[in-house]
Design a binder for this molecule. Structure first.
Ligand SMILES: NC(=O)c1ccc[n+]([C@@H]2O[C@H](COP(=O)([O-])OP(=O)(O)OC[C@H]3O[C@@H](n4cnc5c(N)ncnc54)[C@H](OP(=O)(O)O)[C@@H]3O)[C@@H](O)[C@H]2O)c1
Length: 274
């Protein structure tokens, strides 16, 4: 924020706190953002939403709504936030964009059952050990399925895309993503990745996210990876339209359920997506 202010003293800059694992926090974030835009006399719209937050949780925890916390943070939270902010993105006077930050690990999923329990993440909690790698991979696959489905749904209404949606995969980056993994294991993993020439600094790792954000408006429903504007194909499963529609319907119901206690705050404008 300070750097932006140094470069442009007239810029309106503000940071907000949002916990993506809490529906209430997401709602409060939306209200605070709208109030701030109003107070600053800025156009009440959004041009760019990057769903970057994500965790690799190694122990089983649940969100206030009863979802697995990793699924809540990595998939359900971004889904709900996107749904709530879509009216602002659509209101933008210039083409706007959503970028969902996903991971190459989604490629490890070859078969998935999409039902309420798997979207909540509770299906995977029956085993004695928390299957953290599996849940992370599922959450990232769900985010891609959601990105492509939203792209298709918006495309039906909106030609050419006024709101476009892309997935971005940063590759292996030396960040705090393994903060819950014992340090001896995370250091070893980073060493192996480094020796294979696969480990990037955050400065380089962010390129695919910037590419996905700044690509021309007609770039939608694509998967950015590797920097220099490169796009690649995500897994075959991530292109399964039937699965994506099932996931969409379940996630939408889940949103309705979560918003019931806050019905007055989750205003009617978010009742319909498109
Ligand atoms: N690093 C990699 O190799 C790699 C590879 C593929 C994909 N990714 C993806 O890249 C994204 C960024 O991760 P990173 O590597 O930069 O890891 P990171 O250093 O751990 O950053 C994760 C970010 O997510 C935020 N966050 C965590 N839980 C949140 C919640 N409930 N609500 C709001 N924000 C929350 C964290 O905020 P706090 O610090 O305040 O907790 C932090 O800013 C993630 O989606 C990750 O899955 C990373």
């Amino acid at each position: 924020m300070t750097e932006i202010k140094t470069q442009n003293k007239d810029a309106h800059v503000k940071a907000f706190v949002v916990d993506l694992a809490s529906f209430q926090s997401i709602l409060e974030f939306k209200s605070s953002l709208q109030q701030w835009l109003l107070d600053c006399k800025l156009h009440c719209s959004l041009q760019l939403l990057i769903n970057n937050a994500g965790i690799l949780a190694t122990s089983s925890r649940t969100t206030p709504e009863g979802y697995d916390q990793m699924m809540g943070t990595n998939y359900i939270g971004p889904f709900c936030l996107t749904k709530l902010l879509l009216p602002l993105l659509k209101r933008s006077p210039v083409p706007s964009r959503i970028v969902n930050v996903t991971s190459f690990t989604h490629r490890s999923v070859f078969d998935v059952q999409v039902d309420k329990e798997s979207v909540y993440g509770t299906r995977f909690l029956r085993s004695e050990q928390y299957p953290f790698a599996r849940l992370y991979e599922y959450s990232k696959l769900f985010l891609i399925l959601f990105s492509y489905e939203l792209h298709r749904q918006l495309g039906l209404m909106d030609q050419p895309y006024h709101v476009s949606v892309n997935a971005a995969d940063p590759g292996s980056v030396k960040t705090n993503i393994m903060r819950e993994v014992p340090s001896c294991l995370s250091s070893l993993a980073f060493q192996v990745l480094k020796s294979l020439g696969l480990l990037q600094s955050p400065k380089n790792g962010v390129s695919s996210l910037i590419d996905a954000a700044l690509a021309p408006p007609e770039a939608s429903g694509v998967y950015f990876f590797g920097g220099k504007g490169r796009t690649v194909d995500s897994s075959v499963l991530s292109h399964n339209t039937k699965l994506a529609k099932e996931l969409w319907d379940i996630s939408d119901n889940l949103f309705m359920e979560a918003s019931l206690p806050f019905k007055e705050t989750a205003s009617s404008e978010s009742d319909n997506w498109l």
